[in-house]
Design a protein around this ligand. Structure first.
Ligand SMILES: Nc1ncnc2c1ncn2[C@@H]1O[C@H](COP(=O)(O)OP(=O)(O)OP(=O)(O)O)[C@@H](O)[C@H]1O
Length: 309
C-alpha cells in the first residue's frame, strides 16, 4: 500500500449517536480509518455494525456527532458537489418510465453535461440493455445502471452500500466484474457488505466493522477461520463426565475451542463429525447438535475475545 499526501478517505474518531441524548444509540463508536487512492476496500460487518451510518457520513448525508470525515482532502459535501465522490446505494434514484440509456443521459444533464450513454453502459456491462425500460430491468441490472450513473461525474471515490443484496450468484459475479474492471483504472472503491466471500474475492483490503468500530487489522483471516468452522454442542448432565469429555475432545484434531456452558459442552471444530462421533461413542453426551458458524457468531467471538469493550 502506498502512502500519499492526501488520502482518498480519512475518518478520525468518528462517532454517531441516534435517539434521545439521555439514552443514545451509538451506531458508530470512535471509528478511525485511512484509505489511500486506488485501494478497493470492503467494510465487512454483521447487521447493525454501523456500515451504512458510516457511509452516510462519508457522503455527507448525515453529520457526525463527533470526529471528522475527510474525502479527498475536503468535506464530504464539497467532494459530492464537485462530483469527486459518487455512490451506488441499494434502492432509490431510478425513474421506472425511462430507458436505461435515457437514465444515464439524464444523469449527465444533472451535471450540466451532454454525455453519450453508450460508453458508461459498456463499462457497467449493460450496453445491450440501452433501450430497456428501467421498470423491466432485474434488480442486478438496476444496480449496474446505478453504477453506470455513478461513473458519469468520473468520481475519484466510488462508495457502494451493500450493492448486491438480493442478487443471485450470477448477478453478483457480473456486477463485481464490472466494478473490478473499472477499479483497475485506478479509481478508489469502498463497499459495505456482509458477505465474507464477496469481501474476500473483490477487495484488496478488508476492514472489519463491529459495534461501530474497526476490528483490529489482520483479523480477516481469523474471522474467516471462525466463520468456516462448525459448532458442536452436547448435553452432559454430570459435571465430572462433562469435564472429562471436554479434556478428551480438546485433544481431537481440528478442535479449536472447548467451552462448558451450564450442562452443555460447546466445541468449535473444523471436523465436526469426528467430534460428534467421539461424544456419542465414548461419552454420556446426548442431544448432540451441529451448527454452521456464521459471520455474526464469528464477529461476536472475535470481538468479545479481542475487544476491551
Ligand atoms: N436513524 C436511526 N435512528 C436510530 N437508530 C439508528 C438509525 N440508523 C441506524 N441506527 C442504528 O445504528 C446501528 C447501526 O446501523 P447501520 O445501519 O449503520 O448498520 P449496518 O452495519 O449498515 O447494518 P446492515 O448490514 O443491517 O445494513 C444499528 O443499531 C441501527 O439500529
Amino acid at each position: 500500500m502506498h502512502t500519499s499526501a492526501v488520502p482518498a478517505l480519512e475518518l478520525r474518531g468518528l462517532v454517531k449517536e441516534f435517539g434521545a441524548p439521555a439514552a443514545p444509540i451509538r451506531a458508530v463508536d470512535g471509528l478511525d480509518l485511512r484509505i489511500e487512492p486506488g485501494e478497493v476496500v470492503a467494510f465487512l460487518g454483521p447487521n447493525g455494525a454501523g456500515k451504512t451510518t458510516t457511509i452516510d457520513m462519508v457522503l455527507g448525508l448525515t453529520a457526525p456527532t463527533s470526529g471528522t470525515v475527510q474525502v479527498l482532502g475536503s468535506t464530504p459535501e464539497a467532494a459530492v458537489a464537485a462530483g469527486r465522490v459518487a455512490a451506488v446505494m441499494q434502492t432509490g434514484g431510478l425513474l421506472r418510465d425511462l430507458t436505461v440509456a435515457e437514465t444515464v443521459g439524464l444523469t449527465g444533464a444533472l451535471f450540466g453535461r451532454d454525455v453519450d450513454p453508450t460508453a458508461y453502459l459498456e463499462r457497467a456491462g449493460i450496453a445491450d440493455l440501452a433501450d430497456r425500460l428501467v421498470a423491466k430491468c432485474s434488480g442486478g441490472q438496476q444496480q449496474r445502471l446505478r453504477f453506470a450513473m455513478a461513473l458519469v461525474p468520473d468520481p475519484d471515490l466510488l462508495v457502494l452500500d451493500e450493492p448486491t443484496t438480493g442478487m443471485d450468484v450470477e448477478g453478483r459475479r457480473e456486477f463485481w466484474a464490472a466494478i473490478r474492471a473499472d477499479a483497475a483504472r485506478g479509481r478508489t472503491v469502498v463497499f459495505a457488505t456482509h458477505y465474507l466471500d464477496e469481501a474476500d474475492a473483490y477487495a484488496d483490503r478488508v476492514v472489519m466493522v463491529s459495534r461501530g468500530r474497526v476490528v483490529p487489522d489482520g483479523s480477516a483471516a481469523e474471522v474467516k477461520a471462525l466463520a468456516s468452522g462448525r459448532m458442536v454442542s452436547a448435553l452432559l448432565d454430570d459435571d465430572a463426565a462433562r469435564a472429562a469429555a471436554a479434556t478428551q475432545v480438546a485433544a481431537l484434531a481440528g478442535v479449536e475451542a472447548v467451552e462448558q456452558r451450564g450442562a452443555r459442552l460447546l466445541v468449535r471444530a473444523t471436523d465436526s463429525d469426528a467430534v460428534a462421533r467421539h461424544l456419542l461413542n465414548h461419552t454420556a453426551a446426548r442431544d448432540v447438535e451441529i451448527a454452521a458458524h456464521n459471520l455474526e457468531d464469528a464477529f461476536v467471538a472475535l470481538t468479545s475475545e479481542g475487544s476491551a469493550r
